[in-house]
Design a protein around this ligand. Structure first.
Ligand SMILES: [Zn+2]
Length: 292
């Protein structure tokens, strides 16, 4: 699954290219990936202008002048490709980013009045594009449950600690990965932030001092901002706005660095399993019993 920085990379690339464009037509080949009624499509999509491209957690939202919104989930292999005077491709890094489109992975094609196109490609067909009234976006089940955005100004360390303490008897990594606690943190950024704050991933939240939790909040924002700046991680599925691979993973301090030295203390980084996920830690900086 993509994480927050990868979807933000898609959002930034698309914002630059499709806002103010007007949709003339849409075609799709996979009804589950585009589960919208013909009457809604004709009334609220065709002829509408794109007024904004937003992101909530790992979901993209394309707002239309018709007061409807396209809600897009890329899932495992989704990809968005813009073709016009400029080219843009982001998502699953396969030949479709640069090849002729539509191709056999194309699920939805949007045509714009200026002759440009936006393609939603998805080899494995888990992703989807839903057209719903903009006012109903916040009522979708997913949006009601998902936690706050970690990079918003309102997401202070006090808010973070309050949300973490709701699951104070659980291991900290499992809580960070819980999308109802906060939005968009996956395996890479959980490992990186915990290393930054010198906390062992299996430490129970209640055993972590307030000072350490404040540090963890800082580290989460640091790793996410750094990754967005670098165009997302190269972890399999994501490339940035110009079709180049993101470079965050090159800057990772522990993730996928098992058997390499910890950049802080030189100890050998180990890979274990915590919260059911492959987990990278420094055995010296992140001691299980001393992570207070
Ligand atoms: Zn270390």
């Amino acid at each position: 699954m993509p994480e927050l920085p990868e979807v933000e990379t898609v959002r930034m690339g698309l914002s630059r290219l499709i806002i103010s464009k007007s949709i003339t037509d849409v075609a799709f080949d996979w009804p589950k990936g585009f589960p919208n009624s013909t009457s809604d499509v004709e009334a609220f999509l065709i002829g509408a202008n794109i007024i904004d491209v937003r992101r909530r957690a790992k979901v993209l939202l394309i707002d239309l002048s018709s007061k409807y919104t396209l809600v897009i989930h890329l899932k495992m292999t989704g990809q968005l490709v813009f073709r016009g005077e400029e080219q843009f491709g982001a998502g699953h890094p396969n030949e479709s980013l640069i090849g002729k489109l539509p191709d056999k992975s194309t699920r939805v094609q949007f045509d714009f009045t200026d002759g440009s196109h936006l393609f939603f490609n998805d080899q494995r067909k888990f992703g989807w594009v839903k057209l719903i009234p903009s006012l109903e976006v916040e009522n979708l089940d997913f949006f009601k449950k998902v936690g706050p955005e970690p990079l918003h100004d309102e997401f202070t360390s006090a808010v973070f600690i309050d949300r973490m303490m709701r699951r104070k008897n659980s291991g900290v990594k499992a809580v960070l990965l819980d999308q109802t606690v906060l939005a968009g943190i996956g395996n890479i950024y959980a490992d990186e932030a915990l290393w930054g704050a010198k906390i062992h991933p299996s430490t129970l939240v209640r055993d972590i001092s307030k000072t350490k939790l404040v540090k963890l909040h800082e580290e989460i924002q640091f790793v996410l901002r750094l990754s967005i700046e670098k165009g997302g991680s190269t972890d399999r599925n994501y490339v940035n706005a110009e079709g180049k691979r993101g470079s965050y993973i090159d800057f990772a301090r522990v993730f996928r660095r098992e058997k390499l030295p910890c950049p802080r203390c030189g100890s050998t980084i180990i890979k274990t399993r915590v919260a059911g996920r492959g987990t990278h830690t420094c055995p010296k900086c992140q001691r299980p019993q001393f992570a207070i």
